[in-house]
Design a protein around this ligand. Structure first.
Ligand SMILES: Cc1cc2nc3c(=O)[nH]c(=O)nc-3n(C[C@H](O)[C@H](O)[C@H](O)COP(=O)(O)OP(=O)(O)OC[C@H]3O[C@@H](n4cnc5c(N)ncnc54)[C@H](O)[C@@H]3O)c2cc1C
Length: 317
């Protein structure tokens, strides 16, 4: 993943693509057994950019005793943050913006909780209305392309295959809500429990949406077979010969392959099917091998993103 260049604070009028927003929790809504919707409020959010799709942001968490005070706020905050001693470096975690309401200075972020393991999940389990966070997100006073959006289908794309686990659910739900009404394809989401379906919103009628519970099974146990079946339905008309792709080492690096042009926009090409897959890195690696190596799907038509790795914390603490 190329992190968005950390470049501005909210106190400046430089209209950089991203800035740091000071927020507090306004509302917490249980969307399912393992999903919480956090509505954040703060005057700064009147200028939070509403790009939809899979717009990623960073949540910046308080540290015990010192809270958010050590977090640098200058234009070069990222460099300063990296140079802080570990016990003064506020943890950052990557999330997706689910809704933006500039008129009431609010945004929603849906967090899949996985117990008190990990800074973000532990925070989400214990959070209360009024708790403060900082958010690194896109600024609508910047008029160019903000970056941090990886759903980039070429214009005129014929159909879609969207797949991911609960961490990708907010992105898939946002993508579905803004797809043209005549879109076709399939969307497959693996969640931890049946009740987590509540976190998904509307979907174009021509897109077959399946939210599948793994019901205590391991990550990917229902997503991998479901994607294989969907690919068998969608791909025969577009696939070429099977090709070998080099394996990605997810122990040492991120799995992040996103087709884009040099300015970070969608590639200018025709494609009958555009696929977007995100979730646990090992699961996405398996699906990459299947779609590209076994079925011969053109890599310029598919985005693969490892959103988290089993047994590894996000490298931002
Ligand atoms: C672009 C992008 C967008 C994302 N959007 C969202 C989003 O909108 N909502 C959302 O819930 N997540 C989202 N994620 C995933 C989220 O960033 C990770 O799950 C993150 O690791 C959670 O941080 P943590 O502090 O809870 O756990 P970490 O400190 O990162 O990890 C601690 C332990 O928890 C494990 N772990 C991490 N995540 C999970 C999980 N989901 N289930 C089970 N075990 C886990 C790790 O393997 C590790 O062993 C997104 C990730 C990316 C890259």
């Amino acid at each position: 993943m190329t992190s968005a260049a950390p470049s501005s604070t909210r106190t400046e009028q430089s209209a950089a693509p991203f800035g740091i927003f000071q927020v507090r929790v306004r509302r917490i809504e249980a969307l399912g057994e393992n999903f919480r919707r956090f509505t954040f409020e703060g005057p700064d959010l009147a200028t939070f950019a509403d790009n939809g799709r899979d717009q990623r942001i960073k949540l910046i968490f308080p540290l015990p005793r010192v809270g958010l005070d050590p977090m640098p706020t200058g234009t070069d905050w990222y460099q300063q943050w990296r140079e802080l001693p570990a016990d003064l470096r506020n943890p950052l975690r990557t999330y997706t913006v689910r809704n933006v309401r500039n008129e009431s200075s609010e945004i929603d972020v849906d967090i899949a909780v996985h117990g008190r393991v990990g800074v973000a999940s532990a925070w989400a389990v214990d959070a209360a209305v009024g708790d403060e966070l900082k958010i690194f997100g896109p600024d609508n006073r910047f008029t160019g392309v903000h970056g941090g959006v990886d759903f980039l289908p070429p214009s005129g794309t014929g159909g879609f295959l969207l797949a991911g686990d609960e961490t990708a659910l907010p992105a898939i739900a946002s993508i579905l809500e803004r797809l043209p009404a005549d879109s076709t394809g399939e969307a497959l989401i693996e969640v931890a429990a049946d009740s987590d379906r509540a976190a998904v919103g509307s979907c174009p009628p021509g897109v077959r949406l399946q939210v599948l519970s793994r019901d205590g099974g391991p990550s990917g146990s229902v997503l991998v077979p479901a994607v294989r079946e969907a690919a068998a339905r969608l791909l025969p008309t577009v696939s070429g010969a099977a090709v070998e792709v080099e394996d990605v080492d997810i122990e040492t690096g991120l799995l992040w392959e996103v087709p884009a042009d040099e300015s970070g926009g969608a590639l200018a090409r025709q494609t009958a099917l555009y696929a977007w897959l995100a979730g646990e890195a090992g699961v996405i690696k398996t699906l990459r091998r299947h779609l590209v190596s076994e079925l011969g799907m053109d890599r310029r038509s598919v985005a693969f993103m490892g959103y988290w790795r089993t047994g590894r914390a996000e490298n931002n603490s």
